[in-house]
Design a protein around this ligand. Sequence first.
Ligand SMILES: [Zn+2]
Length: 319
Amino acid sequence: MRIGVDIGGTKVSCALVGEDKTILSKVSFDTRGGRPYSEVLRDVADSIYSVLDLAGIGLEEVEAIGLGCPGILDQQKGEVIYSNNIAWENVPLVKTLQTYVPKEIYVDNDANCAALGEYLCGASQGTNSSVTVTLGTGVGGGIILGGRIHSGFNSAANAVGHMVVVSRGVPCTCGRQGCWESYASITALIRMAEEIAAQFPDSLLAEVKRRSGHFNGRNIFDTARQHDEAALKLLDRYYFYVSEGIIDIINVFQPEMIVIGGGISSEGDYLLQPILAHVNKGVYCKQVPLPQLTIAKLNNDAGLLGAAYLKGYQATAVK
Ligand SMILES: [Zn+2]
């Protein structure tokens, strides 16, 4: 049995995972970022003991614990180097948690954990190489090569959201301009929706904004499904940008599969088909089979399951 913890900017989830990779018990709590990290980690420890109690299992029956966290992590030292979302810098994650929970503890970036979860139990199961892309508030990525998480020599290899797709485009939080994240995230989709609604004030898209006061992924896609021209124009633009990044990933990695996760992935085929059409036209090498493009299967559980299985699936041997 293993335990996976998914530390997010707003919520922390913890799950006990059985030998058959199913979740046996799960609890979550509000991160309440801004608190000292030791407080958050004490709550993580409490949640670990809660999932054990719920399942009637003792800590000695747990083989390993894994933690997924946004930002850049040092897997070897078990530390968070920097996490923008939780405002953590140089946090000794493993050392601190081990004072409450004396066990082997592994850490990795949350998007890497999600990619590992999809590889072990979800959409990319059975493949040898895959890239899982998360289209959410930002754009995250997790790379699995040869059945292991690919992290680069410095643990920072998965920042697919910061490939530039528009030269000198929209400024990004990383300091560059035109990053994929600034065009393919839900945040970007909403920004483009505001622009197009202003251009077409008589459109249903503009009406939706007036009525509901705000855009979100759901009301934008719903408006497009009603054949509103402004919304369709918006999605055309959005699909183009999403595809640009996916084509770059394919050209560099040629993974067997690209998995699309995150909030927007709930649109399923409505999202996938137009992206596939762009990708088919845009890839560099058309004479070889294309990677499969598919929607993530596990939603929020991907990160938890992946975290639980970090032991043995990181590229570098971690003590
Ligand atoms: Zn960037």
